[in-house]
Design a protein around this ligand. Structure first.
Ligand code: GTP
Length: 382
């Protein structure tokens, strides 16, 4: 099979220059995201690397340019790409120590090796393989990234690392030869794959970045920062969907409203931070007590709401009783101080009713008022 390496080289250079331009434009729009600037630089450096490497066939008396500088650029490009990923994940300044370290440790041996292109290329392949494998491992640590884009990037980096190791192995076997054996079909195929993988991986970066941004925004919109339960907005959105589904399936539905007792006193006596710790702990107990398809939310300062699907009145009362008991028995600790806390619960049970979620919540609130009036640390149903 005839492989048109020159065409591919020109395409790769053009694509990477274009990608650098696109990343730079995105950076201009989102100045807070420095990673796009770093990725723009990575694409530009890679285009330069390909250009310098391909000049070897024409200019053979300037190895400092076509070998030394070219190999440094080949190492610098993935390092920059990785640096951009770190900047994106940290969302703040990232130390350039790793980049500087790898660059200086690569430059030192290359100073000695650049007059022998094959040795230099072997070393460069080993270093880039290590960078790609490191990048693959790094992708696995970005837990908050959407699984699909993270796994695709992980696989691309892994494949790239393995490819570069294979290339290093092949070059190593030919170290005795005087000339670069780029004419070898397998080596040529590796080179082509390398060009395609690099360009393809960088193209995925903005997709990855936007998927991560979207996930972060959804978290901010739907979740309460302090307790990680749903917030009021998400309670109404998800709770209404659950209510509609239960109505269609003629299943029983229940809304509970929980309010911590005398919480103002806890704040006044132990401080706001202790109050926050209690809210987190109560949220944990609530989260552990409900099923996956129930909706548990913090809808106000010390108010929580639960939308429970497919529970009958006995089950709802049992859950309310257990929640009161668990919270009353739990000793909340903050800075070595022991805090005792109770909760009052109001509930409403509904089956096939036409009432909206807000109506049900109001009814649960009235029942909660009765529970408070009845002495607190108890539950009442409307
Ligand atoms: N620590 C902390 N306190 C909060 C937060 N949101 C609201 N609060 C406090 O919760 C307290 C609620 O007080 P009240 O509405 O008077 O109710 P209460 O003291 O719990 O009394 P009852 O509900 O009648 O039993 C207030 O002191 C608020 O400042 C929060 O996010 N963190």
């Amino acid at each position: 099979m005839e492989m048109h390496l020159p065409t591919l080289i020109i395409t790769t250079i053009t694509l990477n220059v274009l990608l650098a331009g696109v990343m730079f434009i995105i950076y201009q729009v989102r100045r807070s995201q420095k990673s796009f600037l770093t990725w723009a630089l990575a694409c530009a450096v890679f285009a330069v690397a390909v250009m310098l490497t391909s000049m070897r066939a024409i200019v053979d008396d300037q190895p400092w340019l076509t070998v030394f500088m070219a190999d440094l650029c080949i190492i610098f490009a993935p390092l920059l790409a990785l640096h951009g990923l770190r900047q994106y994940q940290v969302q703040g300044p990232v130390s350039l120590k790793l980049v500087a370290l790898v660059m200086s440790y690569s430059a030192l041996p290359l100073v000695y090796l650049y007059t022998s292109p094959l040795h230099a290329q072997t070393l460069t392949a080993v270093i880039t393989a290590a960078i790609y494998l490191f990048a693959a491992a790094y992708m696995l640590t970005i837990k908050q990234a959407p699984a699909l884009s993270r796994n695709v990037l992980f696989l691309l980096f892994l494949l790239h690392g393995a490819l570069m190791l294979g290339m290093a192995g092949m070059l190593f076997q030919n170290l005795g030869a005087k000339q670069l054996i780029t004419v070898e079909p397998i080596l040529k195929l590796i080179l082509i794959t390398h060009l395609l993988l690099t360009t393809g991986t960088v193209t995925l970066f903005p997709v990855f970045a936007f998927a991560m941004s979207e996930r972060r925004l959804l978290e901010i919109v739907n979740f309460d920062e302090l307790t990680q339960l749903y917030n009021r907005r998400a309670f109404f959105e998800r709770g209404s969907m659950l209510l509609a589904k239960n109505r269609v399936l003629r299943r029983p539905f229940c809304v509970l409203m929980l309010d911590l007792d005398h919480f103002k006193e806890i704040n006044d006596r132990f401080g706001h931070a202790a109050g926050d710790a209690c809210l987190r702990e109560v949220a944990r107990i609530i989260h552990e007590s409900v099923r996956d398809n129930d909706v548990a939310a913090r809808i106000g300062g010390e108010e929580f709401a639960l939308a429970l699907s497919d529970v009958d009145r006995n089950q709802a009362e049992l859950l309310s009783y257990r929640l009161c008991q668990r919270i009353a028995q739990q000793v909340f600790e903050h800075n070595d101080e022991k805090i005792e806390l109770t909760v009052s619960i109001g509930g409403i049970f509904s089956i096939s009713s036409r009432r909206e979620l807000s109506d049900l919540l109001n009814a649960a609130d009235s029942a909660l008022y009765e529970a408070k009036a009845g002495g607190r640390n108890q539950f009442k149903f409307a």
